[in-house]
Write a protein that binds this ligand. Structure first.
Ligand code: UD1
Length: 420
């Protein structure tokens, strides 16, 4: 297991290129199961989660090869319709193979994802929607067994906005007989990217980017090539790094419209932003102003930026409240930030953050992807040395984060391959 050693206090300067979005890739890759043939997925980030999804697809007979940031996928020889526990336990997004498999091959066996570091994270919405589309679903010894001759269209009304359930249902409905309507669909850009890929494969989808999707099922789809959208969470994380480290930075190859909830709050916190068509420049003032945020489904403030926002608020001039309305228990970073000198109290799903003048380096432990990002950010501006242990969580979702931060002048290095 690798760790990061950070010597905090460097002001960040320079430009970083944003990679493709992890959460988009994890939806685009399983969509290739919907039609046999060859696909090119451009701008795919080089990440552990992408490797996990590649291995899962390979275990089903799919060929997946990477050339730089393009994935070449060939789904001619799909001969297994199973997502075993060994893959699903590493990555919950493995559940995304369920919809395509049952829609295209009429059967799927997918391990039930367990809980995760910050709570139960159920998949009931995925299963209920597939049932409404006519799939027979059974649970057997930790596995979801789904079967259907051909799925049939339905009106599906989600009571909670769910990215994964929307993606899975969409991938199932494109091959269902008749016109399916999904209400309260997730509007996240990663779902739009998926819907656009499905359309280029021959799917008929109306309402892309809105909470109501209408899908006229077709008998068959064909392969297509697609480019993955930029990772808004990576861009956001780097912008917050700049905000915390007196930065003058620019994130390139991003999609600023996907980041508007965050950029508005950064401006509230006193940051000077210049927003272009594919870049954002941030100039941090001397003082960070306290700003309350509450996470919400897109276009609201993303839960995947909650931990980083708490890290920023730990250095604000005053108190703020950061509430997570999506994941009530997603606060594993808080005790670790407190070890670095932050003053934070938890009250149910809200963190009350009292800004301090400075953080002080210490050893801290990564517990999940975004929590780890928050610890890195805190380490970058903490006085002295911070060690962030178990950074494999970070490698799941950030491509070469330390290299990007080094490019901005941060003193961060990876120590590889030892047991920590
Ligand atoms: C996706 C993202 C994750 C992000 C999350 C919320 C991927 C691979 N992951 O996760 O990074 O943090 O969206 O933006 O895209 N829920 C249920 N039943 C279900 C499904 C979800 O109750 O069957 C609840 C969840 O517990 C949560 C809320 O719905 O409270 C939203 O979760 P969801 O959008 O489904 O998250 P994921 O798709 O798992």
């Amino acid at each position: 297991m690798d760790k990061f050693i950070i010597h905090g206090g460097k002001n960040l300067r320079g430009t970083v290129n944003i990679s493709g979005a992890k959460n988009a890739s994890l939806a685009l890759m399983p969509a290739t199961l919907l039609a046999s043939g060859k696909y090119e997925l451009a701008n795919t980030p080089v990440l552990r989660d992408v490797v996990t999804m590649s291995k899962l697809l390979q275990s089903m007979g799919v060929t997946v090869e990477r050339a730089e940031h393009t994935l070449h996928i060939n789904t001619f020889r799909v001969n297994k319709f199973e997502a075993p526990y060994e893959h699903v336990k590493k990555m919950r997004a493995s559940i995304y193979v369920l919809g395509p498999l049952v829609a295209r091959y009429g059967k799927a066996k997918v391990s039930l994802p367990g809980g995760c570091a910050w709570g139960p994270r159920p998949v009931n919405l995925h299963l209920e929607a597939l049932k409404e589309l006519g799939a027979k679903i059974e649970l057997d010894r930790g596995y979801i067994i789904a079967k259907a001759k051909r799925l049939k269209a339905a009106r599906i009304v989600f009571n909670i906005s769910s990215v994964g359930a929307t993606g899975n249902t969409l991938m199932a409905a494109v091959l269902a007989k008749g016109t399916t309507r999904i209400e309260n669909a997730a509007m996240e850009p990663e779902i739009t990217n998926l819907a656009e890929m499905l359309v280029s494969m021959g799917a008929k989808i109306d309402g892309i980017g809105t909470p109501t999707l209408e899908i006229e099922g077709v008998d068959a789809l064909h392969p297509a090539n697609i480019s993955t959208i930029p990772d808004r969470i990576e861009a956001g994380t780097i912008l917050v790094a700049g905000a915390m480290c007196h930065g003058k930075i620019r994130v390139e190859n991003c999609e600023p419209s996907h980041l508007s909830a965050l950029t508005a709050r950064l401006e509230d916190a006193g940051m000077k932003l210049t927003i272009g068509s594919s870049f954002i420049e941030l100039h941090a003032p001397k003082e960070i102003l306290p700003v309350d945020v509450a996470t919400a489904p897109y276009p609201g403030f993303p839960t995947d930026m909650q931990a980083q926002w708490i890290a920023l608020m730990a250095l604000a001039k005053g108190s703020s409240t950061v509430t997570d309305t999506i994941y009530f228990d997603r606060f594993k970073h808080v005790p670790e930030l407190i070890r670095l000198g932050a003053k934070i109290e938890l009250n149910e799903n809200a963190a009350i953050v009292k800004g301090v003048k400075k953080l002080i380096g210490a050893k801290v432990m990564s517990t999940d992807l975004r929590a780890s990002a928050a610890l890195i950010l805190a380490g970058l501006c903490a006085e002295g040395e911070t060690e962030v242990l178990r950074v494999y969580h970070l490698d799941r979702g950030y491509e070469a984060i330390e290299k990007k931060l080094q490019k901005l002048g941060a003193n961060i290095k990876r120590v590889a391959g030892e047991e920590f």
